[in-house]
Structure formats: C-alpha cells, structure tokens
Design a protein around this ligand. Sequence first.
Ligand code: SAM
Length: 227
Amino acid sequence: MNITNDKIIAFIESYYKSIDDEMEGLRKKNEDKGIPIILRETENFLSFILSLVKPKHILEIGTAYGYSALFFAKTLPNAEITTIERSQQMVSVASANFECFPAGERINFYDGDASKILDSMIEDHSANSDLDLYDFVFIDASKSHYREFFDKAEKLCKPGAIIICDNILIHGWIVDRSYEGGKRHRTNIKYMKQFIDYIQERDDLTVSIISSGDGLALIKLNNEYKN
Ligand SMILES: C[S@@+](CC[C@H](N)C(=O)[O-])C[C@H]1O[C@@H](n2cnc3c(N)ncnc32)[C@H](O)[C@@H]1O
C-alpha cells in the first residue's frame, strides 16, 4: 500500500531526475533485482535536505547494494560516508559497487550487525576524542531496531546533528488498526510505533514525521547550546 495517493506519487515522481547515468543504471539494477532502496521521492527529499545541511560526515545504517551511500557521496563531493550492512550477500555487491565509482573512495564500509558495530564505534570515540563525529545520520535497516540504532547513533553525533529514519510509516500499517499481516510485520509495527512515541516525547529533539515515500522521521538534536 502506498501511504499517499498513487496518482500524486506518480505525478511527483514524473519530475524525478537521477543525479547521473551511473546512478540511474544502479537504481535500475536494484529495482530489477527487487532490492529495497530509497524511493525516488525520498531521494529528491534527501537531496533538498543535504543541500541545506551540507553534512561533512554521514553515518548510514543499512547499506544494501550501496545505492544510497553512493548517492550521498556523489551529492556531497566533500563528505565522508560511513555505512553499515550485515547481510553477506549485500556486502559483496556493495563492496564491488563502491570500487566501481570514484565516489566510493569516500565510503567507509563496515560489514556486520549495526548494533555491535555502533558499540565499537562508541568505544573508539570515547578512547580518541580526535575522531570525527557525524552531522547527519540515515537509518534504513531492521525496522524493529530503530530505537537501538537511534540511541547509539546519537552518541556519535555532533551537537545539532540531523537524523533521518526511513520507512517510519511502514506502508501505512503503522496507523492501520485492522492490519492482520504476518508476525514479523506486526512486530515491526509495534516497535516502530514505540520508537515514534519515544522521539515525540523527548523534549530535546525537534521531530517531524512526513508522509513522503514510505514515511520519514526528521529529527534534529537540540543540544547545540549545552556546555
Ligand atoms: C532498505 S535496505 C537499505 C537500502 C539502502 N539504504 C539504499 O537505499 O540503497 C536495508 C538494509 O539494512 C540491512 N540491515 C538490516 N538490519 C541490519 C543490522 N542490524 N545491521 C546491519 N544491517 C542491517 C539489511 O540487510 C538491508 O540490506
């Protein structure tokens, strides 16, 4: 189910332009293989936000074949991207994709479970204060673990950083009380709803949930003025 009107989505997407032919080819390959990558509408929205925020250090959780990581690297030629993926099949394709494109040289790729990798990144950062913190985070992985990813990623962020979470409305099921789909989806819905409640209740965050793509949570850490 699309979370907004199909005709409206088709209209918005009719204006979509890929950033270059390589990315257009990569999008097609992902779509042909059924790999779930950022939707066109989401990509447009991220382009806009990135042009405002101009992050230098981006952390992504959920690489898949590397489409969005390459999109970040190509959109921001001075940024460094760190991305984490646990599926070995995805890791081998993403690694090959990163080697194919010059922008891939600015991508630090971690292979493994994001929760564990974030823990070891937090340890490294507490041992070495010279390590760069992130000013932009994109969470696009296992939907029942967003709270955990968010809490850990936040510890690696600069004050005032932006965190964007994809698939926050999970095909609209998050608001559909009659949803009777599979157990995995019911678990994802339950945890995603708890995550939405959590970010909305925190008064040190500015949060906006938008029904673009599969739903995005836009979160700003309001800790710039802390001593
Ligand atoms: C929606 S796809 C990511 C798509 C990618 N961001 C893009 O737009 O090109 C989600 C990916 O997150 C990975 N993933 C899910 N849970 C994870 C975890 N705990 N640690 C690392 N990767 C995870 C999955 O294997 C999957 O490849």
